[in-house]
Ligand binder design. Structure first.
Ligand SMILES: [Zn+2]
Length: 117
C-alpha cells in the first residue's frame, strides 16, 4: 500500500470515528435524559427502561466499531495497516474500501466467522 492510499484510508477512518463519536454522544445524552426524568407512574418508568436498554445496545455496537477504528488508526501509524493480523498477507483493497477498519483478509475473516481461528 502506498502513502497516498494509506492517507485516503486514514481520512475515511477519521470521518467514521467522528460520526461514531457523535452517535455515542447522542445516545448517551438520551440515556441521561431517560434517567433524569422522574417517571410519574409505572408505565412511564417501564418505557424509560426500554429506551435506556435500546440506546445501550446501539452504543455497545458503535463502541465496538469505534475500538476497531482506533485500532486501525494505530496500525496506520505503525505502518502495519492493510496487513492481515492473522496470516500477515495483504488485506484486499476492495475489502478495506468496504470495511476500512478490517483486521483480517477475506479468507481469515471467513475462518473467524466460522469460529475456526
Ligand atoms: Zn489472513
Amino acid at each position: 500500500m502506498n502513502k497516498r492510499q494509506r492517507e485516503r484510508y486514514r481520512k475515511q477512518l477519521l470521518a467514521k470515528r467522528e460520526s461514531l463519536l457523535q452517535l455515542v454522544k447522542a445516545a448517551r445524552s438520551s440515556e441521561t435524559e431517560a434517567n433524569d426524568k422522574e417517571a410519574p407512574d409505572l408505565g412511564d418508568r417501564a418505557l424509560s427502561t426500554v429506551i435506556r436498554d435500546l440506546s445501550y445496545q446501539v452504543t455497545a455496537k458503535e463502541r465496538d466499531i469505534l475500538r476497531r477504528v482506533d485500532g486501525a488508526l494505530d496500525r496506520i501509524e505503525e505502518s502495519t495497516y492493510g496487513t492481515c493480523v492473522s496470516c500477515e498477507k495483504k488485506v484486499q483493497l476492495g475489502r478495506l474500501d468496504a470495511v476500512p477498519w478490517a483486521r483480517h483478509c477475506i479468507e481469515c475473516q471467513e475462518l473467524q466467522d466460522r469460529g475456526e481461528i
